[in-house]
Design a protein around this ligand. Structure first.
Ligand code: SF4
Length: 427
């Protein structure tokens, strides 16, 4: 009987990329991947520690396994595991606590265990790029890791201390990885990392890398995941018009108040950020820009928050991940005075959510009557779901349509409610 492996992944696309690669490696070695709630021979929890709730959901996930009292092996990895390694290792019921830069070796670790072979994880080379190209994964789009770590040290952020200093993956490995997953049949590539616009490998900068990827003479769509407002060169702006590049960026602003941006140690002002979004929209007027916003950063007063709301309205972010500031030990902001009351954070978070919903509806309804290239991600009950190139969620009747295929569609109506899908018909 094949051994059963179950995964739980929290946090960002980088974690998803790493889990996808491990899932694929286990499958290709005749292991069975089962749902996390099912019985398994080994459980792998890929944790997140960006916020308090990341920690909490990570703990819930591995405690969920511990409560089952079965003989399964439990591996806790990821950012929370890296942050609290010693503490977790003292929780004697967790079999393996694996740092981020040894995560790629989890297959060898577990496979050796089931083969009763000795595997000294701590003697293995530390590497954040030795993940194998992922064939069968949990996703229709293929995440491709191009970079890891960060040197920015924003005052609220724990990532540099759990993902390390910025490091860029060799260009040939990235191109090879992309060609491999296109061979596997993937149609959309999502570039991911921690601070990808800081990509730098030998002479190659981020815009050069994007140019090289777009030049791969194959049929695919390229999507760039979360980026910081840096590295936006004239060359990069001109590449935005390339039809293979999805006209959507998740461009993190964090606050719309210059006072707060300075205290966050962000390297731009609101006006400099707006200059970037204006330049993007000069290339493609209906380019989709989404973002992250932290509410309740220490000393954020009503005026600062009003500035944030006004900036959101002016830039027109169509989706906002809103984070209530949470204290991360070992960060500068944790030692700042004027911590904001939790109730105030909740109220501000709700205000951002309502404003973002309003902008989102307006943006998506602007596409009614227009065409999109839809990549179908899943078909259920004769309804196909997926995203257009502008990252608009689309639904269409699924008759004779297939998953993981591109279709030209015309958008016809917007659903009611929050985060509305847009209904479409084939062109
Ligand atoms: S840029 Fe700032 S927020 Fe982003 S990972 Fe680096 S330190 Fe964290």
């Amino acid at each position: 009987m094949p051994k059963k492996i179950a995964f739980k992944t929290l946090g960002c696309r980088l974690n998803q990329y790493e889990t996808d690669s491990l899932v694929s490696q286990f499958k290709q070695n005749n292991y069975q991947i089962v749902d996390f709630n099912q019985d398994a021979d080994a459980y792998i929890v890929n944790t997140c520690t960006v916020t308090n709730s990341g920690d909490k959901r990570s703990r819930q996930a591995y405690n969920n396994v511990l409560k089952r009292n079965n003989d399964a092996q439990l591996v806790v990895t990821g950012c929370m595991a890296t942050q609290f390694k010693e503490k977790l290792e003292n929780e004697n019921k967790i079999n393996f606590v694996v740092d981020n830069d040894r995560k790629a070796q989890i297959f060898d670790l577990i496979d050796s265990y089931f083969k009763n072979e000795i595997y000294q994880l701590n003697e293995q080379e530390r590497s954040v790029f030795s993940f194998l190209p992922a064939k069968e994964t949990f996703h229709t789009r293929s995440m491709i890791k191009i970079q890891d770590g960060c040197d920015n040290f924003c005052t609220y952020c724990i990532v540099p201390s759990v993902r390390g200093r910025a490091i860029s993956r060799p260009e040939n490995e990235i191109i090879d990885n992309i060609n491999k997953v296109l061979d596997f049949g993937y149609k959309e590539i999502v570039l991911t990392g921690v601070n990808i616009t800081r990509y730098e490998y030998k002479e190659l900068a981020f815009d050069d890398l994007i140019e090289k990827i777009l030049a791969i003479p194959r049929d695919f769509r390229l999507r760039i995941s979360s980026v910081e407002p840096e590295g936006f060169t004239e060359k990069f702006y001109s590449l935005l018009k390339n039809p293979k590049l999805a006209p959507h960026l998740h461009l993190c602003i964090q606050s719309g108040s210059d006072k707060i941006l300075q205290q966050m140690r962000r390297f731009y002002t609101v006006n400099e950020f707006k200059a970037i979004t204006n330049n993007i929209r000069k290339q493609i007027p209906n380019f989709n820009i989404t973002t992250d916003v932290i509410v309740g950063f220490p000393s954020e007063n009503d005026k600062d928050f009003d500035d944030t709301l006004q900036t959101i309205e002016e830039i027109g972010f169509t989706h906002i991940h809103t984070f209530k500031y949470s204290v991360r030990n070992k960060t500068k902001a944790a030692r700042m005075s004027e911590q904001v009351d939790a109730k105030v954070k909740t109220a501000r978070s709700e205000s951002v959510r309502l404003l973002a919903e309003k902008i989102k509806r307006k943006y998506r309804s602007g596409f009614i009557g227009k065409e999109q290239i839809l990549l179908i991600e899943r078909i259920e009950n004769d309804i196909a779901r997926g995203y257009g190139q502008h990252y608009i969620p689309i639904k269409i009747k699924a008759t004779n349509l297939k998953e993981n295929e591109f279709y030209s569609v015309k958008l016809i109506s917007l659903e009611e409610g929050e985060d509305p899908f847009v209904w479409a018909e084939l062109v």
